[in-house]
Design a protein around this ligand. Structure first.
Ligand SMILES: [Zn+2]
Length: 357
């Protein structure tokens, strides 16, 4: 609603709830519906009205949008269909509700489908993608429709007292606390540098930097103070000094002085996987116990194969290693005194260590 209201000043507003779900009954209804066709995730139906008036006739009467009905797909999760209601970005198993809602309201505005990938009125949207603002063409289309809908002549639809009165600029409530020009993450040695720029800021309190391993569940890892109000480009930086190994996702949460917040897009980076450290803690071994040390970024099922000086296999162990430091002890009381080699593997790392009993 706010996307279109703020782009075209279309005078739509929201009334209360209703039990009516009928299409084209004079009452505009937005609802979830589990009877939409299989490949349809949203549907808008518009009813136009127009009555010849005075010197106007049917040929000169502009048809006035009189009713909008929008239905959104409503399936239980077992069907494998999920909405992302925002403000987060949709994952690959989700469809973006805001994008589809804005698209359907584009139809309600009188815009048809286009073959325009990446634009809001493109005929389809993929799971995992979001298009939440109209393109310049689409805004122009909406404004052209507004020019019809607000003309005071030849427009007296039945039951409507006159043409639509457009909202005035400034009356739409879309919060635009900052204009975020860019947000990027770069791997820099063992650290991750996050850099973002704002073009303008209003009422901006602070940024929270959030990190995720799966792009869905984010945790805050730091804060950077905002400028409050600014009308010039500003550069911000934050360094994640202790990044996760493998893939990580980052986003910004921007919080206003009145505690409203919004999220940036999500960026993804890949760190080199940290090496696994494996060694023997004490050598020669004491008290018939082989004490190993593991430092692993990820859990592993480690194998320990022991060979005697003649190269014969003398023992075999499997160890459940968790991430971080582990100090597992292996009972080697059954081994005769002598020199041994231990071949130890954890994940993709294998080392051969010599020990004396
Ligand atoms: Zn459509």
């Amino acid at each position: 609603m706010e996307t279109w209201r703020c782009a075209t000043y279309v005078n739509w507003d929201v009334a209360g709830t209703t039990t009516s779900g009928t299409i084209a009954d004079g009452l505009s209804v937005v609802t979830f519906d589990n009877t939409l066709p299989a490949s349809t995730i949203g549907r808008a139906t518009s009813r136009f009205n127009g009555t010849a008036n005075g010197s106007c006739n049917m040929a000169t009467t502009v048809w006035y949008l009189d009713e909008i009905d929008v239905q959104f797909r409503d399936n239980p999760p077992s069907v494998g269909f999920n909405w992302e209601y925002g403000p987060a970005s949709p994952s690959f198993s989700e469809y973006d509700f805001e994008s589809v809602a804005a698209h359907e309201l584009g139809h309600a505005h009188g815009l048809a489908h286009r073959i325009a990938p990446g634009e809001m009125m493109h005929f389809s949207i993929s799971n995992g993608s979001s298009i939440r603002s109209p393109s310049g063409n689409e805004t122009d289309g909406g404004l052209a429709k507004m020019a019809y809908s607000t003309v005071p002549l030849c427009l007296t639809p039945s039951g409507v007292s006159g043409p639509m009165i457009a909202l005035v600029p400034g009356s739409c409530a879309l919060p635009l606390p900052i204009e975020l020009l860019s947000f990027d993450a770069h791997v820099h040695g063992k650290e991750v540098d996050l850099v973002w720029t704002t073009l303008s800021e209003a009422n901006n309190d602070f940024f929270s930097i959030e990190r995720s391993t799966d792009g869905l569940r984010f945790e805050p890892i730091g804060q950077v103070k905002g400028a409050g109000d600014s009308h010039e480009a500003r550069l911000y930086e934050f360094t994640d000094k202790d990044p996760l190994s493998g893939f990580s996702y980052y986003r910004l949460q921007q919080t206003d002085l009145d505690a409203h917040y919004a999220y940036s897009k999500v960026v993804k980076i890949q760190m080199e996987t940290k090496d696994v450290f494996i060694d023997i803690l004490q050598n020669p071994v004491s008290a018939n116990t082989l004490q190993l040390i593991f430092d692993s970024p990820e859990p592993c099922l480690a194998t320990v194969e022991m060979y005697n000086a003649a190269g014969q296999k003398a023992g075999n162990e499997i160890l459940d290693i968790s991430s971080g430091k582990n100090l597992p002890a292996i009972d080697i009381s059954y081994l005769a005194a002598g020199v041994y080699l231990a071949k130890v593997s954890c994940g993709s790392k294998t080392v051969v260590l010599k020990f004396i009993k």
